[in-house]
Design a binder for this molecule. Sequence first.
Ligand code: SF4
Ligand code: SF4
Ligand code: SF4
Length: 405
Amino acid sequence: MKERFFKLNKWNILVENDKAKEAAIYNLYNGDIIELDEDWAKVIHYLQTGELISKVDHPKTPEIIQTLSDKSIGKCYDKLIYEEKTRKGMLLPLKGIQSPPPVINRFFIQLPTNCNLNCSFCNSLNSIPCLTCSNEKSEKNVEHFDYRRFLPRILDLKPINLILHGGNPFLLGNKLNNLVNQCKYLSESTQIWVVTHWKHLFSKIKENKRNLTENLNCYIVIPASNFNEDEDNSKKFCYTLDYVKNRLQSFVPVIVLDSDNNIERLREEIMKFNPQGLYVSHIYRKSNFREFNNSHFVRVNVETFWHNFYHHPCLYGTLALTSNGKILPCPHMKKEILADVMNDSEPFERIFGDREIDKYWNLNLGKIEKCKECIFRYGCFECRAVELKLTNDLLGKFLCSKVGH
Ligand code: SF4
Ligand code: SF4
Ligand code: SF4
């Protein structure tokens, strides 16, 4: 009988953890991550190293080869081949030559606005802190140095999304519209978002519909506790979503689990208004930390795999300006100050010219001690700011059931 070899095809990548005897196949064609049991991991490991099929001494070898061939995940060859895995873009990040211009996916700007709603979860640790509002007062704020002077510098970077957040952003009155319109004027392609509680939005719409610019997109914060059999709230809420759906560019609801309410009905109600997405934010408490997972698996295509291979899944492409003029790698990493626009005349020069941002943008999960061997690290989305707050360590990891709390 002719000696043959078996190899996974170029869309399928084997990721192994030798110590734990674990492995997974990332199918970059359909986005699946296939976790392998110990037998499969062992057999596929030997086949991938170029061993002849006949030399892989395991009773399951024929079955494994047949299954993978049937699913077009790999195939048999008469001679040993090397198949370069599918990539997009550059083979390796550029080093030693001029870097390409940075691509900013999200630029957060904190507005100097307070809020009087007194939500019980305000300023508490939750699973998507940057998409929920919080009420922080600062003595100095960016109005001291004038937003308008600094905005062109930010918009010069052509961020894909610019996200305004703070307490109640509508307390800025007409200044908010001016700010949004100015941003749109400076970079037409940038999507402008505001993070706001649905009640603030409702009040704004009731006050004067025309006061809300149509250039806006909204992340709408929706505490589950607001709908404890409260019919009046439900009506106001539907009125708000109906307005937003018809008048604004787009909206994404963020349900905050601040009560034990079943949110299924709420979710169904929201979906009738055709939102662009929907997030559920969990509140972290010492009593619930075992259920509070900070690792979310996403479908992994070619872009996601190689993005996560080199970069942090969330921090890459993110920057934030606080209401007292500090530039941060993320709006909730308050102590990681990259520049202070009050004192620094060329903040972006330092951040990008000296590549200070790489410490955060290139913080792929392979650099996190507890994640570095994990077979899911190329398909895992985590919030680094939450881990930093809990461990006081930029490379710390506390919230993941895979590594144990
Ligand atoms: S609406 Fe937002 S900022 Fe205001 S109290 Fe509630 S969580 Fe805090
Ligand atoms: S160990 Fe790290 S990479 Fe693996 S699932 Fe947990 S958070 Fe994600
Ligand atoms: S790490 Fe990402 S998800 Fe977490 S707060 Fe920062 S930007 Fe948001």
